[in-house]
Design a protein around this ligand. Structure first.
Ligand code: BGC
Length: 792
């Protein structure tokens, strides 16, 4: 028996599986054993299950020769509908789940109609769908975050209950693992028997035996890892949903008439039509199926995030499509497998996770993932063009040719054995295999001795922790200079204090931040300092952090709707708003002659917990003056939702300003603009300049270099000085207190209600800066001091 027999006739077919195994081993060694731990395995599944669910739908779409670009938007929309149904429309959770799936069916029917019955290319239909459902999502949700109840949270990140005798393991996980091994083995033996009965070709018994032993070993190890996490954890729910779907769709794709028709249509639609396949129905069904799975993915995501958010679903279609292509599907259709796509998705997931564990930043991770996608597909294309069978296209088909027209044929035939001699040998090898698996499992069990530690939340909370422990700093996107500065300051400060640390940005959005936090937990972070992209969407990760005994400090932005946050350190955000409101009024009074004055209002990103606080602070000053007619908002856009700037993006503020100037202010003067920060202030000024209009009084925040220069030039009127060094320093003081087992100092125990608790806070005083005080304000700031005093 040769190695190639074990792997189904062509050793190379298992390229991607080997790549996955090699990646896992590489990262396992490189990170000192952090990859194959219960915590990390749970992260991997929880954090990627929704993408893998999308990949399962996408592979059918791609096999049928289409593409679906709308899945991210559909997932986001369905997730939002579910969340709103429960929060605002009084729908009970179980019905909301059905409503979510029904939303998927309705959207799928809509898109399927255009593709299958009108003949519009799926690329165009789903591109339209991407915009349509993204817009509908923003409109319906008013760009807000909507929390979901515990049942949905359970679906997205919950664990199996503890049942049966106390074994030191999660018993249900053990049972599922055992059942999985039995299913795999029984399924393979049954398939083999029926092939033999029909006189088909099979691989040698010994090869099959080893293949099954290897598979069982992998399942046993995974089961072991999932069963031995901290008490209360197990194989997570999203994992269970995913496994069920993999089984179901492998069966549909490989064993049903519908599955064969999907391959046939993608391989050669004309031929399929001529041989009697209802191609319309096939096209309709794959598109419909994709939307239903997208809704399910959306539901799983909001469950994990504990809330639906305005930026859910961004770029998910790209993740799903990469998984499918890495998994061996052909761009031209007709080729691909469900398992291959899931493996492709896992390769990306492990790569992401491993790089995060190694502390590689989000930017480099993105670069590496792009290269891997290109290399994987190029390698496959190269092989095909040299007459070899597609390596990854054949993964797990055991070397058999694809079941349908259009699929490639394996060049190397399966090694053949005569039917009669097999039964016995397969069985012998199988039992040997079982013995080996059990032996290995037992060794693992005894060596590890079941679960470690009680892991009860709060148990360690009064005590400190070892000096030099791991501290995790999770920052949002680089949406203003202060975050970039904070990164450097945290690194220096924590290094000086002798900690191990990890500072990460989540430029890819909320899912990335969730995964980064989980990776920090896998590295046993004792304190997490979190500047959240969306303070409402980290509930599961914070719960896990607490469960692991970590302490959580919300940095600059409050963490909402969770009991799992210990402290908050920030500048007084309401005060920031008040100062901005006052500066706007003062500037207008000085510069713009007699009232009434026209102003417009801009607010920050709706998913940032700070944004409404800034806005309300400013409105506490401005509203009375709007009411008494001194100030007029000519556009009438006075609510937070109307004024919000998604993602704190300059381009969004600039576009809104362009529209206001071209419309509302085409014949009127604009005297002032409330801008929540400097990045947006400069975008607003750029828009005004481009329109060739007089500059209004514009506020800001953060003392960004370009804005300080703009104030010096007499353009931007004001900014806020929130010295990042002082904020970071104080966050590190809190970390040090926690390390020594001391209770950190706070100066506010009533203002920051996060929806579940009042978070004890340490607030720093923000300072307004205009041309009047610019020299004193930055006297101690090394960078800005030089800018306001050039030549000194
Ligand atoms: C911070 C601001 C910053 C904004 C955009 C807010 O949470 O408090 O200082 O301008 O995020 O990054």
């Amino acid at each position: 028996m040769k190695l190639r027999d074990v792997f189904g006739g062509d050793f190379r077919q298992f390229g991607m599986i080997f790549a996955l195994a090699a990646l896992v081993l590489f990262f396992q060694v490189y990170t000192g054993g952090l990859v194959l731990t219960p915590v990390n395995m749970m992260n991997l599944l929880n954090g990627n299950a929704y993408v893998l669910v999308l990949a399962i739908g996408m592979v059918l779409v791609i096999i049928a020769g289409h593409i679906d670009l709308s899945v991210g938007s559909v997932a986001a929309f369905a997730g939002l509908v579910t969340a709103l149904a429960m929060r605002d429309w009084g729908v009970p959770p179980w019905l909301a789940v059905l409503l979510c799936l029904a939303t998927g069916v309705a959207i799928g029917a809509w898109q399927g109609f255009w593709v299958a019955h009108v003949g519009v290319p799926a690329f165009v239909v789903t591109l339209a769908g991407m915009m349509l459902f993204r817009g509908a999502n923003q409109w319906l949700g008013e760009s807000n975050t909507v929390p979901v109840p515990p049942l949905i949270q359970y679906l997205g990140g919950g664990y199996l209950p503890e049942v049966g005798p106390h074994t030191g393991y999660n018993n249900l996980t053990l049972l599922i693992g055992l059942a999985a091994i039995l299913c795999v083995v029984a399924g393979a033996l049954r398939a083999r028997r029926s092939t033999l009965r029909l006189g088909g070709q099979v691989i040698p018994a010994s090869a099959l035996g080893i293949r099954l032993v290897l598979l069982s070993l992998v399942i046993a190890c995974a089961t072991y890892l999932y069963a031995t996490g901290r008490p209360g954890t197990s194989l997570p729910m999203p994992g269970l949903v995913l496994f069920a779907l993999v089984l179901l769709y492998t069966f549909i794709a490989g064993r049903t008439v519908f599955g064969r028709h999907v391959y046939a249509v993608g391989g050669n639609a004309q031929a399929a039509l001529l041989s009697g396949v209802d191609t319309r129905r096939v096209n309709f069904m794959v598109i419909m199926n994709m939307s239903v799975l997208a809704s399910l993915a959306g539901l799983m995501f909001v469950g994990r995030a504990t809330a639906s958010g305005p930026f859910d679903g961004m770029n998910w279609e790209l993740d799903a499509i990469s998984a499918v292509f890495i998994g061996g599907a052909a761009v031209s259709g007709g080729v691909g497998t469900v398992i291959g796509s899931v493996v492709g998705g896992l390769v990306m997931a492990v790569l992401n996770n491993g790089l995060q564990l190694m502390g590689v930043g989000a930017d480099m991770t993105q670069v590496i993932k792009g290269l891997v996608l290109l290399m994987a597909v190029a390698f496959d294309v190269y092989n095909k063009s040299h007459g070899r069978p597609s390596i990854i296209g054949l993964i797990l088909r055991g070397g058999k040719p694809a079941q349908a027209p259009g699929a490639e044929r394996a060049k190397t035939p399966e090694p053949v054995e005569k039917p009669r001699r097999h039964g016995d040998r397969v069985q012998t090898v199988f039992w040997w295999g079982v013995a080996v698996v059990l032996a290995v499992a037992l060794v693992l069990v005894f060596r590890a001795g079941g679960r470690k530690g009680s892991g009860l939340a709060g148990e360690k909370s009064e005590a400190g922790f070892a000096a030099g422990s791991m501290i995790g700093i999770s920052l949002p996107q680089k949406s203003s200079e202060n975050w970039v500065l904070a990164e450097r300051l945290f690194k220096n400060g924590l290094k000086e204090s002798g900690y191990r640390f990890e500072v990460q940005f989540a430029n890819g959005g909320v899912p990335e931040q969730q995964n980064q936090i989980q990776a920090m937990l896998a590295k046993e972070a004792k304190v997490l300092v979190v500047g959240a992209i969306d303070g409402s969407q980290l509930g599961s990760q914070l719960r896990d952090a607490k469960g692991d005994g970590a302490r959580i400090i919300a940095y600059d932005r409050l963490l909402l709707n969770t009991p799992d946050v210990d402290y908050y350190v920030a500048y007084d955000n309401f005060k920031v708003g008040e100062l901005q409101g006052n500066a706007l009024l003062e500037g207008i009074e000085r510069r713009q002659g007699k009232p009434p004055w026209n102003i417009e209002l801009f607010a920050g990103s709706p998913d940032d917990a700070n944004s409404p606080v800034f806005f309300n602070g400013a409105m506490s000053v401005l509203e009375p003056r709007i009411k008494d007619g001194t100030l007029v908002v000519q556009s009438g856009q006075t609510t937070f939702a109307q004024a919000a700037t998604p993602g704190w993006k300059a381009e969004n503020a600039q576009k809104r300003m362009d529209t206001l100037l071209a419309g509302t202010y085409s014949k009127k003067e604009l005297d002032g603009v409330l801008s929540p920060n400097d990045t947006l202030a400069r975008a607003i000024l750029t828009s005004v300049k481009a329109a060739g209009r007089d500059l209004p009084v514009v506020t800001g925040q953060d003392s960004e270099v370009e804005s300080v220069k703009s104030i010096l030039r007499g353009e931007q009127y004001a900014t806020i000085n929130k010295d990042t060094a002082a904020l970071v320093e104080h966050a590190i003081v809190m970390v040090n207190d926690l390390q020594r087992g001391r209770i950190p100092e706070i100066n506010d125990d009533r203002s920051y209600d996060n929806g579940v608790k009042i978070v004890p806070a340490y607030l720093l005083e923000p300072q307004i800066v205009t041309l009047d005080n610019i020299h004193q304000a930055y006297a101690n700031d090394p960078t800005l001091h030089r800018i306001v005093n050039p030549g000194k």
